[in-house]
Ligand binder design. Structure first.
Ligand SMILES: [Cu+2]
Length: 137
């Protein structure tokens, strides 16, 4: 029964013809798979640790009243070194980055790293949902 249901779900999900478009809006910018909220008091990323899949886009939103930044450190940054740094993020500004390479990426806010303003993005390989490796961790 479970196998039949899963197969049906995959078939339905995989069929994109004949239905009405589900994704409105401009296609120029991919919709973020996750949002990290940046706050002032305390200065932090929320959530500070995030797990996504390769190909997912993360959006950081500076909801505070002071400037912050998102800058990858440590391990090799994801593709596009130049664009993997947000630069100065003024209040209400956002920064988005699409992670294409699996790995664990640590980032900081240059202004508040001394206060522990550090975040982590874990990018998992975008495997097909076959379930063959499920339950290994
Ligand atoms: Cu900051």
């Amino acid at each position: 029964m479970i196998a039949v249901a899963a197969a049906t779900a995959v078939a339905a999900f995989g069929c994109r013809t004949g239905g009405s478009p589900v994704t409105p809006g401009p296609a120029a910018r991919p919709a973020p798979a996750a949002i990290v909220v940046i706050s002032d008091a305390p200065a932090e990323f929320m959530p500070s640790a995030l797990t996504i899949k390769a190909g997912d886009t993360v959006e950081w939103r500076n909801t505070g009243g002071i400037t912050h930044s998102v800058e990858f450190v440590g391990e090799a940054p994801p593709e596009g070194t130049a664009s993997s740094q947000s630069g100065i993020l003024a209040p209400n500004e956002t920064y988005t980055y699409t992670f294409k390479v699996p790995g664990t990426y640590t980032y900081i806010c240059r202004f508040h790293v001394i206060n522990g303003m550090i975040g982590k993005i874990v990018v998992l390989a975008d495997e097909p949902a076959s379930g063959t490796t499920a339950g290994t961790h």
